[in-house]
Design a protein around this ligand. Structure first.
Ligand code: HEC
Ligand code: HEC
Length: 209
């Protein structure tokens, strides 16, 4: 289930960020990773911990996964409302810098952190139903450890914002959206009703680990 390996980009000093003005904080070397990542904070929260509820947290994403999806946003192979246009403003080198920055930030589960007052309340009965569905549908073969697991292909789903999980799963299930995804996941999700997916979303969102 490995993605095509993305070429490791050699960073050449002195590049400029297209389309963004950094004012007096910009050094002659071009923007730093922190400056670039700062432009994401308005939506994804400080250091990638989103204030929710429909905006995904991106803290601690493995850099390879991060770069792969940013590239897909940029070339239009991954559908998006905002990210496609936004990603086009960054060079591959800048995306690599941003990916490394967020890979070092710390994940904080939506229901456990300071912004959790914004969280859609997780229904414990639905979450219990969702836990069983995730096992029966073999979601846990890839999203191991109740969704905490992540690697270069697989994002962490545990503790992600509930509303975002629901939106994302509906997108995966919509053939017109053509969201890049694993065949096994597509088949498993097709078999679940929308009510089932809602339950699975409550299960993953409820995991605060
Ligand atoms: C104006 C709001 C906004 C800004 C600014 C923004 N994003 Fe996003 N981001 C979104 C939305 C909305 C989505 C969901 C996909 C979509 O519809 O575009 C998303 C999705 C993502 C995802 C996918 C998350 C997942 O779980 O699949 C990544 C990675 C990401 N953004 C990275 C970034 C980075 C890096 C920046 C800064 C360079 C940034 N975003 C700036 C709104 C924003
Ligand atoms: C074969 C491995 C595999 C299986 C089985 C699988 N997934 Fe996934 N899942 C992935 C991968 C890989 C991604 C990243 C897909 C992408 O690029 O958008 C993902 C992404 C997701 C996301 C989006 C997370 C985010 O932040 O964007 C959700 C939600 C999800 N899966 C739920 C499920 C559910 C529910 C099931 C069972 C019905 C399931 N998955 C089965 C591998 C799998």
């Amino acid at each position: 289930m490995h993605r095509k390996k993305i070429r490791t980009l050699v960073l050449v000093g002195g590049f400029m960020a297209g389309g963004f003005l950094f004012g007096s904080t910009a050094s002659a070397e071009g923007p730093t990773a922190a400056m670039l990542a700062n432009t994401c904070a308005g939506c994804h929260g400080t250091n990638g911990v989103s204030g929710g509820p429909a905006m995904p947290s991106i803290a601690g994403f493995p850099a390879t996964y991060f770069k792969a999806i940013m590239k897909e946003f940029k070339d239009g192979t991954r559908p998006s409302t905002i990210m496609g246009r936004l990603a086009k403003g960054y060079s591959d080198e800048e995306i690599a810098l941003i990916a490394d920055f967020f890979a070092k930030t710390k994940w904080s589960s939506a229901n456990g952190h300071a912004n959790s007052k914004n969280a859609t309340v997780v229904d414990t009965a639905l979450a219990a139903k969702g836990k069983k569905l995730a096992t029966d549908s073999k979601c846990d073969k890839c999203h191991e450890d109740d969704g905490v697991f992540q690697d270069e292909d697989t994002p962490r789903v545990a503790g992600q914002w509930l509303d975002y999980l629901i939106i994302k799963m509906r997108d995966y299930r919509n053939p017109d959206m053509k969201v890049p995804q694993q065949k096994k996941m597509e088949t498993a999700m097709e078999k679940l009703s929308l009510d089932d997916l809602l339950a699975v979303a409550h299960f993953y969102a409820s995991n605060k680990k």
